[in-house]
Design a protein around this ligand. Structure first.
Ligand code: HEC
Length: 354
């Protein structure tokens, strides 16, 4: 078994060597199911550890024919390590500086951040702290007099980390920008567009300065044009499907943002499907493994799962839309209706490599 230990939060990928493994084999650690079991061969499998409290646990393997094997104290759950802050930067910028008035979206980079971790600048709580991943946390800065300040982060278990002189509050003289409305150019109030990007958005507001930068979530607009102090034009960057925030940052670091301002939908092009759907298949359907590879366009077409122009004859569509034998299998998160629809439309449109 490798590795023989992992943290209490789970999520550690472990490899188990043995004999007689078969499809449908269940693995438990201290009675909790090890997730995403993948049988690599009859002698080797991998799975992802569940959450568990600190301590050694037995590893039990149960086959569908109820034959069991137990490894006593085979795995140890260890405490979560203390968090570490490595650097900070403002959203959409590489700089760790922002306005004395606060209200800037600031990203903390580091390790071992957890849900409900609390971030501070010079002892003052961020207006909001939001965990993006164990290595990334978003803080909306509190106001503070111009100076260089320390950053601090505390996990809910009390473990703490700090980074000295991590962020600079700068003096501002101009008024902060504000966003009033975002819409697709040429429409009255449409706020949706394709995941591949390339759509022109109008951002209406006030006090935009020349040189301002616009972002959709973390991605910079492919082009930002400040038309006037009240209007910015943004060509949308590619982005995963979903609802995003629009941010405008003036050169003096003052920032405005509007939550839920724009929605990316999944367009039925191979590019979108490749970027957003196939990673959920390739996990299992890799080259020379399982029934058909989803690793590339050619693999999919040559694998015979797609009949160009006819989704109802295409195994790929039939299985992702089959409630009784869905793909991905029930052990994995299901595709959204929108993703299934994009596969349908892509195949109907001739399954082009577009
Ligand atoms: C957790 C692993 C896993 C994931 C993720 C997964 N599959 Fe599968 N898939 C399998 C297994 C195992 C089989 C063979 C057993 C079966 O048909 O149910 C299979 C079978 C299939 C088949 C039938 C092939 C045939 O020859 O009949 C299709 C089509 C398919 N998968 C498509 C997909 C697509 C598309 C995705 C992503 C949206 C996906 N799968 C995600 C494991 C997976």
């Amino acid at each position: 078994m490798r590795p023989e230990e992992g943290i209490v939060d789970g999520g550690t990928l472990i490899l188990i060597d043995g004999e007689g493994f078969m499809s449908g084999t269940v693995v438990t650690l201290g009675g909790f199911r090890c997730e995403s079991v993948k049988i690599l061969s009859s002698r080797q499998l991998t799975c992802v550890t569940p959450k568990h409290e600190v301590g050694w646990v037995n590893v039990q393997i149960t086959r569908p024919d109820f034959v069991k094997a137990i490894l006593i104290s085979g795995f140890q759950f260890v405490p979560r390590p203390a968090p570490v802050i490595t650097s900070l930067h403002a959203a959409g910028s590489t700089k760790a500086e922002g306005p004395e008035t606060g209200g800037q979206v600031l990203i903390f980079l580091g390790q071992h951040f957890v849900e409900e971790a609390e971030a501070r600048l010079d002892g003052m709580k961020c207006i909001s702290s939001y965990l993006i991943s164990p290595s990334e946390l978003e803080c909306v800065t509190p106001a503070h007099a111009p100076s260089v300040v320390d950053a601090l982060l505390t996990n809910p278990d009390g473990q703490t980390t700090s980074l000295s002189k991590a962020y600079t509050y700068v003096k501002v003289v101009k008024p902060p920008p504000a966003i009033m409305k975002v819409y697709v150019k040429g429409t009255v109030d449409s706020t949706t567009g394709p995941a591949k990007g390339g759509q022109e958005l109008v951002i209406e507001g006030k006090d935009f300065q020349t040189g301002a930068v616009a972002l959709l979530d973390k991605n910079q607009c492919s082009t930002t044009t400040v038309v006037s102090s009240t209007e910015i034009s943004c060509i949308t960057p590619a982005h995963a499907q979903g609802v995003v925030r629009v941010t405008v940052t003036n050169p003096d670091t003052q920032m405005a943002f509007l939550e839920n301002a724009y929605t990316y939908f999944l367009d039925p092009s191979f590019k979108s499907i490749d970027a957003y759907v196939l990673p959920k298949c390739v996990k299992c359907h890799v080259k020379d493994y399982f029934k058909g590879s989803y690793a590339s366009y050619d693999d999919i077409i040559n694998g015979g799962h797609v009949v160009k122009g006819d989704p109802t004859q295409s195994k790929m569509y039939l299985r992702v839309s089959d409630p009784n034998a869905p793909m991905p299998p029930a052990s994995d998160p299901a595709l959204s209706q929108e993703e299934v629809r994009a596969i349908y439309d892509w195949i109907l449109g001739g399954a082009q490599n577009n």
